[in-house]
Design a protein around this ligand. Structure first.
Ligand code: NAD
Length: 251
């Protein structure tokens, strides 16, 4: 049990990578508040609590300050404090800057980047003193761009640098902040972007050109990295971008 007695919030935990992180945290002994804007997240998470894991769902749109405040209050009430915050929620709306509307640009930055600012601002003051861990979900696109993905890659670049800024500011308080940067993970997240290039199956035909490991990455593999970063095994790691990208950014 690598996270025994730890209390965690995981955003975007109704499905995909966030769901697996919340599940793995609970399996490692953490008490978890799993949150998502999707109502369906409640059902997914109830499967875990019914199986005996210490996990509860709370619906919140993390781009909205009132929802974020309610979420922080809920976590304080339910867990009595927060030791680990995973900012994982994001949207991925494809397009070059000529294809994107101002609304899409703003929505991308509100959900992907501003949410980290809003929720961390609520939780970090509670972590000061006892210490804590923040994990922000970046992407291989925090390092390299892709065609027709301008808003998303910009937001993921910002998340890596925001993680470094937070690591600097709160290191003296015993708070570590890192950024996981996945390659192509097997969820539906990339489907809209892939549609612009012939669809998911067509793009994945050339997966060996994208990932030298020759396959996509499983959400559990990202969750295992999150468990490590959240645990004391990673106590010397802060301000880092941790690539879990099957070698995507090698060349
Ligand atoms: N799948 C990939 O290939 C890949 C690669 C690199 C990085 N990532 C990152 O991993 C994270 C999770 O992606 P995923 O693949 O699991 O996708 P996903 O779409 O399955 O999960 C994203 C979750 O975020 C939630 N969400 C969206 N907007 C929200 C909001 N305003 N408030 C609260 N929740 C909201 C969604 O409802 C969804 O449950 C994202 O940060 C994404 O950028 C994914």
């Amino acid at each position: 049990m690598r996270l025994n007695n730890k209390r965690a919030i995981v955003t975007g935990a109704g499905r995909g990578i966030g769901f697996q992180i919340a599940k793995r945290f609970a399996e490692e002994g953490a008490r978890v508040v799993a949150t998502d804007v999707l109502e369906a997240g409640a059902e997914a998470v109830s499967v875990l609590s019914n199986a005996g894991l210490d996990i509860v769902f709370h619906r919140a749109d993390v781009s909205q300050i009132l929802d974020v405040r309610e979420l922080a209050e809920f976590a304080r009430r339910t867990l009595g404090g927060v030791d680990i915050l995973v900012n994982n929620a994001a949207v991925n709306i494809p397009g070059s800057i000529l294809e994107l509307t101002e609304e899409i640009w703003d929505r991308t930055f509100d959900v992907n980047v501003k949410s980290i600012f809003l929720l961390s601002r609520e939780i970090i003051p509670d972590m000061r003193g006892a210490g804590g861990v923040v994990i922000n979900m970046g992407s291989a696109n925090s390092y390299v761009a892709e065609p027709r993905l301008a808003a998303y890659v910009s937001s993921k670049g910002a998340i890596l640098m925001l993680s470094k800024a937070m690591a600097l500011d709160f290191g003296p308080d015993g708070i570590r902040v890192n950024c996981i940067c996945p390659g192509w993970v097997d969820t539906s997240f990339n489907d809209r972007h892939a549609e612009l290039f012939g669809g998911r199956d067509e793009v994945l035909k050339n997966i060996a050109d994208i990932h030298p490991i020759g396959r996509t990455i499983q959400p559990e593999e990202i969750a295992n990295t999150a468990v490590f970063l959240a645990s004391d095994e990673a106590r010397a790691i802060t301000g880092a971008g941790i690539l879990v990208d099957g070698g995507y950014t090698i060349k």
